[in-house]
Structure formats: structure tokens, C-alpha cells
Design a protein around this ligand. Structure first.
Ligand code: C5P
Length: 228
């Protein structure tokens, strides 16, 4: 069977809706592979931040992606990422989750050429027995033939609270008000960009995870998937 026959469950939604946690648990329950596409965009952002002083110059950002070849490896703690500089490989996993990287990711993600250059890397995760992929355009662009498309969302306050908790656990701290502002800015950028914006597809199963437990959300997706 070819790798394109591997089924995909696509989970899209705004920043901090819990997509990463839900996707990882779902992949574990199903015994499927996992694609954290945000990590792919974050790796691209780190590459751009290393190469350029100004991310607002689209042509310079595009030129910086010549020869960009990140390496990804699944691990129990999430995806690990390596970038290559001057033929030397270095691990950037620890820098992926900062708000600076997230902000830069949503900037480079708005550039169509950058998105196109990351398609193959994302699709290479589609391997049997199946793939759970989370991001913003998994169901609309990267895997339009996904067997199940989920739109996972939560209120901005709830998402900011979860992000604050995650950052605290990693030793980074920031105020809740600052996080709400950052999330709103990123939501606005992701939803309003011209290319592959975050949209809720008509066929997607919408789940608002505010007030729901992780297991409850995962079970709901499994129940619907079993009926697909
Ligand atoms: O999901 P995460 O917060 O790690 O993603 C960081 C940024 O990368 C998002 O705000 C979004 O702009 C971009 N992204 C995207 N398409 C994806 C995944 C992430 O545009 N499939």
C-alpha cells in the first residue's frame, strides 16, 4: 500500500486551543504518527530570525529559504528539530516554544512561498498506519482528503491561561493580559492572511474545548472517527 493511502485526522484551530496535547494523545491512542505542523513553521521562523534582521521584507525572507532543510524526529516530549548552518547541524528544539519564535512563525507563515516550500516536509509525515496532524491548514491545504477534520477552539482567556501554565512549566513567565494580546494578534494574522488562512471548514467537527477535559475531547474525536 502506498504512503498516500495512510489515513489522516486533521486538527486545526487557533493558537493555544489545545491542539498539540489532543493530537499527541489521539495519535498515542490510535497508534498513529503525529505531525505538529506548528513546529515546522517555528523551525522556519528560527531559520529566518538567524538569517535576517528584518522579517518584514518578504523577498529577503523568501531568499533566506534557499536550501532550507530542517530535520524532524518524533520524541516522547514532542518533535525535536535540527537546522543546518554552514553544513553544520544544530538542535533548536529548546528555542521552538518561545513567544518570540511563535510571533516570527506567524509572520513567515503569511508568505505563500514559505508555505509552499514547507508542504513536502509536512506531507512526508503521512505514513501507515495513519497520521494525526495539527495546525491551521491541515484539512484545507496540506491533507484535504483527511478522513476526519476537526476544528478545535476555546475562548481566548482559556487559551491564554493554558499558554501561561505551559510557559511557567518551561521556566518562562509573562502576564495573562500580555498573552491575551499576543494570542489575539496571532489569531488575527492567521485568520486574515490571504494564503491558507485559518478557517473552519463546513465539513469539520467543531469542538470548543473551554471547560472540557483532554480525555473528553480525545474520546469525542475517536467516537466520531469510528463512525466515519
Ligand atoms: O501551532 P503553533 O502555535 O506552534 O504555530 C505557530 C504559528 O505557525 C501559528 O501562529 C501560525 O501562524 C503558523 N502555522 C501555520 N500553519 C500551520 C501551523 C502553524 O500558519 N499549519
Amino acid at each position: 500500500m502506498s504512503s498516500s493511502a495512510a489515513p489522516v485526522i486533521a486538527i486545526d484551530g487557533p493558537s493555544g486551543a489545545g491542539k498539540g496535547t489532543i493530537a499527541a494523545l489521539l495519535a498515542e491512542r490510535l497508534g498513529w504518527h503525529l505531525l505538529d505542523s506548528g513546529a515546522v513553521y517555528r523551525a522556519a521562523a528560527l531559520h529566518a530570525l538567524d538569517s535576517l534582521a528584518d522579517l518584514s521584507d518578504d523577498a529577503a525572507v523568501v531568499a533566506a529559504f534557499e536550501g532550507f532543510a530542517p530535520r524532524f524526529e518524533a520524541s516522547a516530549e514532542g518533535v525535536r528539530v535540527w537546522l543546518t548552518d554552514a553544513a553544520e547541524e544544530r538542535e533548536v528544539t529548546a528555542q521552538l516554544r518561545t513567544e518570540r519564535t511563535a510571533d516570527a512563525a506567524s509572520r513567515v507563515a503569511a508568505i505563500p512561498h514559505v508555505r509552499a516550500s514547507l508542504l513536502d516536509a509536512q506531507r512526508s509525515f503521512r505514513v501507515l498506519p495513519g497520521l494525526v496532524a495539527d495546525g491551521r491548514d491541515m484539512g484545507s491545504v496540506v491533507f484535504p482528503d483527511a478522513v476526519l477534520k476537526v476544528f478545535l477552539t476555546a475562548s481566548v482567556e482559556e487559551r491564554a491561561r493554558r499558554r501561561a501554565k505551559q510557559l511557567k512549566e518551561k521556566g518562562n513567565s509573562t502576564t495573562l493580559a500580555a498573552l491575551v494580546k499576543e494570542l489575539e494578534l496571532r489569531d488575527e494574522r492567521d485568520a486574515n492572511r490571504r494564503h491558507a488562512p485559518l478557517v473552519q471548514l463546513p465539513e469539520a467537527l467543531r469542538i470548543d474545548s473551554s471547560g472540557l477535559g483532554v480525555d473528553e475531547v480525545v474520546q469525542r474525536i475517536i467516537d466520531v472517527h469510528e463512525r466515519c
